[in-house]
Design a protein. Sequence first.
Length: 447
Amino acid sequence: MNTDTHTTTAWFHCFAGTAGDMTMASLVHAGADPLQVMAIVGQLPIDGYALSFEPVLRCGLAALHAVVAVHDEHDEHDSHSHDHDHDHSHDHDHGHGHDHGHDHDHDHGHDRDHGHHHHDQGPHRPYREIRDLLNAAELPTRVLDRAQRTFRLLAEVEGQMHGMPADDVEFHEVGSVDAIVDIVGACAALESLGIDRIVCSPITVGQGTVHAAHGEIPNPAPAVVELLARRNAPSRGIADRKELATPTGVALMTALADEFGPMPAMQVHSVGYGAGTADIDGRPNVVQVVIGHEQPATLVPEPGQPAQLLEVNVDDATGEVIAHTITALLLAGAHDAWATPIVMKKGRPAHTVHALCDPALAAEVGAVLLHETGSLGMRGSTIVRWPQRRDEVVVHLGGHPIRVKLAPSRAKVEHDDAAAAAKALGLSLREVLAEAAQLARAVSTIS
């Protein structure tokens, strides 16, 4: 689960494509509680199906296969699993053994004819009904949000493709139950694992054409391509005429992924493989998911303070002028000021004089920088700084006051004060610095 310093991440490796049931199965194989997944899906007001998971081998690799047994009132089949012969409205030869199962190229075909005992929509279920069905269920907040985002994206893409509002997009009755089980099941599995962040690899797609309810359509399917375009998601095609990436699987990735790319730097805790129906020679027909904890991306956990960095290059200023300029900049309110030796054109030695200040003081500090150096121009940039908490205390050594700046990891003794005390007391500067620092730490409130 997530902690204050770690993020629980799921990285999906879609090297052989992706589908909704494969995504769900990969997460269960990686450690999601199958009973919890089934219980969450069971909150939905649909019936006539049974969800289970079975171990399989794909090209010799152990994986998990999601199986749904359903009752279909329309076709009077008692039950089926994902191993059908793909004779739904989209009769594709899917590499994952999936068939779209609805009229709008949304996939998901596990060739499951899921009947719904409570529908009044005939053979179709509009997106608005699915949205309301999800809202009516007592789903965990993050499961509901992820499922709604995925279905909304599918409906928006289909609506755009068919020239209709998203609310009016209709999912075939069979396909809609398939999609609901797969999408909500995948979101439930993410919740079971406590996944905070999702990263997805480039998604592999097939080539050629596949047969759908409306005839031959391109492979990858138009819905898949549009989903990828919506997120500018990376993909790669291979010479395989099977439908490797289904709209439901791609919708889950494009709706939920926080990032696309290689596996992020993380401490790996588990890995899972979700299998498609077919066992393809030469390539394991699976989606791989890697679960782990990412370290924070930055060593500074909180937003920093904006600061203005002002700079001039000077090749005709003496060391005395530069030193005076630095003092003047600090007196004008700069956080810090310093000089860097550089070489300018024709090999001339020069200096860059820098001033770091609050943006509100940029005009005043900049005027001092130009005035004192005589530069004909100045450049600037806005940066962020993370100043440590600090205190300034005054300690007394032999009756002499010495200022000390205190931070959690350091005590910085004011040099001029320490030098004056050392001279008056007949001590070495090193001795005074060490004793003043020790006295300051004794009264410090910084831990």
